[in-house]
Ligand binder design. Structure first.
Ligand SMILES: [Zn+2]
Ligand SMILES: [Zn+2]
Length: 334
């Protein structure tokens, strides 16, 4: 089903992939066309399409296909497909065997099972980041049944984290934002503030970490109460930062019977759920509209933690791009 792309969010994964920073696990195939927070309109439907009609406002997230028959897929958890889901970009397409291209484009073709309905009441531009950032927060919150009575820390307040804070609050949890950035200090816990970190020890039932690079888990584990669970959703690399290399400390896990867990994006059903939930609870990411030609500048700002909080490309700006000049993404020298 062809989709005319209207908006595409800029996720830190796009930058990781473009810079080939996941070389050991998910090496980048160049040319690489990122983008997996896509909102657009159905341009046409074939005779086998049943869910959508031409002109529908739709979304595409991190996956465009999966085996559709394994235990994970049957459970609506295509992100854990045992035969690997087909990611929206930089993955071999199950039909054409070509490498998939993402949403930094004017149109794309996606099978309808992987297309979401954008509910009425959601601003189409603001809906884009829900398709990755939103569902990446939603999926672990549903899995660990976060709600009333829970004290949830969200570590890393960027595109994912600022959605996580809103969603956890709407689910009824008491939320603490945890950040390393002094500028985001108002009503948050700053990791470098030793006194505040000590005072917060053993206070949280859950921590959802969205930090996009390796980090020292121990500083966070100590914030968990008995049976507390820390879920890593951001860094897809060794958790400990090279400079501050410190593996998760067995003592911090054992004392308090704590769990260190992981979670990645969310299934298609969960993605529709979080879109509907955000529409119902009036939750929206804070977005900065971006022209396609300014993508490299946005990547730099995002990498430096300066995005507030999600850039979304307005695809109408594609027409202004000088092909071959400003369009080229900064990629590693090879
Ligand atoms: Zn993403
Ligand atoms: Zn599967």
């Amino acid at each position: 089903m062809p989709i005319e792309v209207l908006h595409c969010g800029v996720c830190h994964s796009d930058l990781h992939q473009v810079r080939d920073e996941w070389h050991d696990t998910q090496p980048t195939e160049f040319p690489c066309l990122p983008g997996h927070e896509i909102v657009g309109r159905v341009a046409a439907v074939g005779e086998h399409v049943v869910k959508f009609r031409e002109g529908d406002l739709v979304g595409v997230g991190c996956m465009v296909d999966s085996c559709q028959h394994c235990e994970s897929c049957e459970a609506g958890l295509e992100q854990y497909c045992v035969e690997m889901p087909t990611m929206t970009y930089n993955a071999p397409d199950r039909v054409t065997e070509q490498i998939t291209f993402g949403g930094y484009s004017q149109s794309m073709v996606v099978r309808e099972e992987f297309v979401l309905t954008i509910p009425d009441g959601l601003d189409p531009e603001a809906a884009a980041p829900i398709l990755c950032a939103g569902v990446t927060m939603w999926s672990p919150m549903k899995h660990w049944k976060i709600g009333k009575g829970h004290k949830v820390g969200i570590a890393g307040i960027g595109g994912l984290g600022h959605m996580g804070v809103q969603i956890a609050k709407a689910l009824g949890a008491e939320v603490t934002a945890i950040t390393t950035s002094e500028e985001k200090r108002a009503d948050v816990l700053v990791v470098s503030d030793e006194a505040a970190m000590q005072a917060a020890e053993k206070s949280l039932t859950h921590i959802i970490a969205t930090i996009p690079f390796g980090y020292d888990t121990n500083a966070y584990l100590q914030l968990l109460a008995l049976d507390g669970i820390m879920i890593n959703c951001g860094a897809l690399e060794p958790l400990q930062d090279g400079e501050r290399a410190q593996a998760p400390d067995g003592f911090h896990l054992a004392m308090g019977r704590r769990t260190l867990a992981g979670s990645i994006i969310g299934g298609i059903e969960e993605t529709q759920e979080v879109l509907d939930f955000c529409a119902e609870h009036d939750i929206a990411p804070e977005v900065q509209t971006l022209a396609m030609a300014d993508i490299n500048d946005a990547f730099t700002k995002m990498n430096d933690g300066e995005a507030r909080y999600r850039y979304v490309i307005d695809m109408a700006s594609f027409a202004d791009v000088d092909a071959g000049a400003a369009t080229k993404l900064d990629t590693p020298a090879k």
